[in-house]
Design a protein around this ligand. Structure first.
Ligand code: 6PG
Length: 251
């Protein structure tokens, strides 16, 4: 087991993972708003969180979140326009953001349609503005949602890419050779400063990477999800039974 203690919760399937994540999202949001009059969250992209987002927009959960006090950022984005089928913003907008009374000016998109470097600089500044950061300070998100790929990447921090080394900025443009494309991502310092990090991981194709991330030697260059370590927060993995099938222990 590597050096970061984590909470690992194994649930029967992705539906159960999504409901558990929704319950935690609601709880963290209400606690944050009670304490600080706002809830700051960075959404994950990819396909796994879509079910969670649809749940949060459903009658079961929608009214449990004070959406007027919610500030939404994104952990990463593909370098495509916001209406592109590949856009994480489009997925989140269609499954959640366009169905809840969140204030549009409190949704902060990574601008995938722009030059990647410029978009990263803009996001860095936007994080600084919204969190009121003095130079060198980090934004402490109340919650960061993350997925994990079969190769152990998270956000757009892919194995052996330059983005893994960026520690002096809050957001970065990261060239991903396996896709021969650029991505936009928040950096490890931002992930590590979060009060709560929740990974959503489902599917047998992720079992090997998950086992390495949770139980293998510390090797974040190979398994970037392993590099998310929050000294002052909690890192929770909500995983389905298929993804957890090779773990030796899980709560
Ligand atoms: C992205 C995501 C990425 C995602 C993993 C898992 O832009 O693709 O941010 O980090 O979480 O690739 O993707 P799935 O949920 O589709 O398996």
């Amino acid at each position: 087991m590597n050096d970061t203690q984590r909470e690992v919760v194994v649930l029967p399937d992705l539906d159960a993972v999504s409901h558990e994540a929704a319950r935690r999202f609601v709880a963290i949001a209400n606690d944050a708003i009670a304490a600080n009059a706002r809830f700051t969250v960075a959404l994950a992209g990819g396909s796994t969180p879509e079910r969670l987002y649809r749940l949060l927009a459903s009658e079961a959960y929608r009214d449990a979140v004070p959406w007027a006090s919610v500030y939404v950022f994104f952990g990463d984005e593909r370098c495509v326009p916001p209406d592109d089928a590949e856009s994480n913003y489009r997925m989140a907008s269609e499954s959640l953001l366009s169905h809840v009374p969140i204030m549009p000016e409190r949704i902060f998109r990574l601008e995938g349609e722009r030059d990647p470097q410029s978009a990263a600089v803009t996001y860095d500044a936007r994080l600084g503005d919204v969190f009121g950061l003095s130079p060198g300070r980090l934004p402490q998100f109340d919650l960061v949602l993350l997925g994990m790929g079969p190769d152990g990447h998270t956000a757009s921090l892919f194995p052996h890419t330059e983005g893994l080394k960026v520690v002096e900025r809050l957001a970065a443009a990261n060239y991903v050779p396996k896709f021969d494309s650029w991505r936009l991502t928040v950096t490890y310092p931002v992930l590590d400063a979060a009060a709560n990090v929740i990974f959503l991981v489902g599917g047998a194709e992720k079992a090997d990477a998950l086992q390495q991330v949770l139980e293998g030697p510390f090797n974040p260059d190979e398994y970037p999800a392993q590099g998310v370590r929050t000294p002052d927060g909690t890192v929770t993995f909500l995983v389905d039974a298929a993804a957890a099938s090779t773990l030796s222990t899980a709560s």
